[in-house]
Ligand binder design. Sequence first.
Ligand code: APR
Length: 193
Amino acid sequence: MPLSAHSGKGCMASIELWQGDITTLAVDAIVNAANNGLRGGGGVDGAIHRAAGPELDSACRKIGWCATGQAVITPGFRLPAKYIIHTVGPVWGAQDEATSDTLLASCYHASLALAAAHGLGSIAFPAISTGVYGYPMRRAAFVALNAVRAALAEVPSIERVILVSYQPEMQRIYGEVMRGLDLGERYATGGRS
Ligand code: APR
């Protein structure tokens, strides 16, 4: 059973943890941990490009670029998800730690804002920047959970956010961070709890 918590927004939006391959999820949008040139890569980016098919590469070439901390959207093509939201996380160590946290939080905010602008209700995120980009897992989990809870207060259409772990260790860390947060009070900066 997934560990879940209400976002602190009204009573509808939920944040769930799930472990597995994000490309299998039949949600409105899955998020890709992309690079600035949207050129495809390894990790979750490679898995998404393989599962979505070559049309995804063409769509990414047309868009051409995404700044770090920002997000762009394409169709899901052959995926069960309707859309793919491509965001670019910070490379750990490429800037100071506070700036890294701000950029990583921005990935979650920008992705949720883009999903809301398209009227989407469910969105699944991989653990952005925690693979090739080297972000410490616990720090990334803390930033992700706080960013999602804050962003949900501003995006009324989103009902369900799934934080996906590929590795058991990431899933365990997410669970610990989620349980450790004082939900709806200290960290829900934009919340209406
Ligand atoms: N489903 C869900 N999560 C996955 C999957 C998958 N199929 N495959 C990998 N992951 C997880 C990794 O275990 C990690 O926790 O996604 C997280 C992010 O890892 P990366 O995919 O390496 O992404 P990131 O660290 O943001 O680095 C981005 O890697 O693939 C390149 O083009 C991409 O240059 C960009 C960089």
